[in-house]
Design a protein. Structure first.
Length: 272
């Protein structure tokens, strides 16, 4: 039987994706954060008879990972909606690895690719990311050998952190340099950057007054979708804060999980 919203959430299966010690979170549930990542992991929340698999990329600005608010809570919602959910714990660019070497700019994308290998190759999949995880979800959707049924991005810095497209203009580069290099190498949703145009339908959820991730990120992707006649749905919530996720939704952003679930189901019907 599929998991129902009144069932207890499944206990995740932790799949190591790279060598190293198991990660230890700071804080306690439901506010755990990985301030350091010693190895890449996939936290698999699996149910019976799923409609599809979803790779979840939590945010944290590529300097930490917001494991519960933007990871496990998203997984529980998706399980209740009938989807397998896989929360990615990726290594952080510019931080020391187990061998003491600094992790390269693309380490998060490398870990996402490794995570995809553990999804069922015969089942449709979605990429979903929040905040910096939205950027990573966009990168993996563009990079994966098997295109997703759809890409969902919530308040993600997908393109306007790039050195040539900064919003607001003059915004300084983000440290460490490896993090900025990843943003520069993978701007998502820009017609001038062909490898950053997702080969799948896209769903966006952004906050109009967000200062951390300005709405220009979404507007750039919307313009590209219009110009290239792509399948993109965009939702801009007027009073939502940055990091709204699915907890304590007090404004019109409370509608976004339902909008996203119905969108995913429609895209599954359209998937060959």
């Amino acid at each position: 039987m599929p998991h129902r919203s009144d069932d207890a959430p499944p206990t995740p299966r932790v799949i190591p994706l790279s060598p190293g010690e198991a990660n230890v979170a700071t804080g306690v549930a439901p506010d755990r954060v990985f301030a350091t990542v010693s190895r890449a992991e996939l936290h698999a929340f699996e149910i019976a008879d799923p409609l599809a698999d979803v790779l979840i990329c939590p945010g944290g600005g590529y300097v930490q990972l917001v494991h519960d608010r933007e990871g496990t809570e998203i997984a529980h919602w998706l399980n209740a909606a009938g989807f397998n959910a896989f929360v990615l714990t990726h290594r952080l660019p510019g931080t020391p690895g187990p061998d003491g070497q600094v992790q390269p700019p693309t380490i998060a994308l490398d870990d996402a690719v490794a995570g995809l290998a553990h999804l069922d190759a015969g089942r449709p999949w979605f990429a979903l990311g929040l905040s910096s995880g939205g950027h990573l979800a966009g990168a993996i959707a563009c990079h994966a050998e098997r295109a997703p049924a759809g890409l969902l991005v919530a308040y993600g810095p997908i393109n306007a952190n790039h050195r040539d497209y900064k919003a607001p203009a003059g915004k300084p580069d983000y440290p460490p340099p490896e993090k900025q290099a990843f943003y520069d190498a993978w701007p998502i949703g820009l017609a001038a950057e062909p490898r950053g145009v997702p080969p799948c339908p896209v769903f966006l959820a952004y906050a109009l007054q967000d200062r951390a991730v300005p709405v220009e990120h979404a507007l750039n992707a919307i313009t590209t979708a219009r110009d290239l006649d792509l399948d993109l749905d965009a939702h801009i919530f007027g009073q939502a804060p940055h990091g709204f996720a699915i907890r304590d939704l007090k404004g019109s952003e409370a509608d976004w999980p339902g909008l996203a679930e119905r969108w995913m189901r429609r895209k599954l019907v359209q998937t060959p």
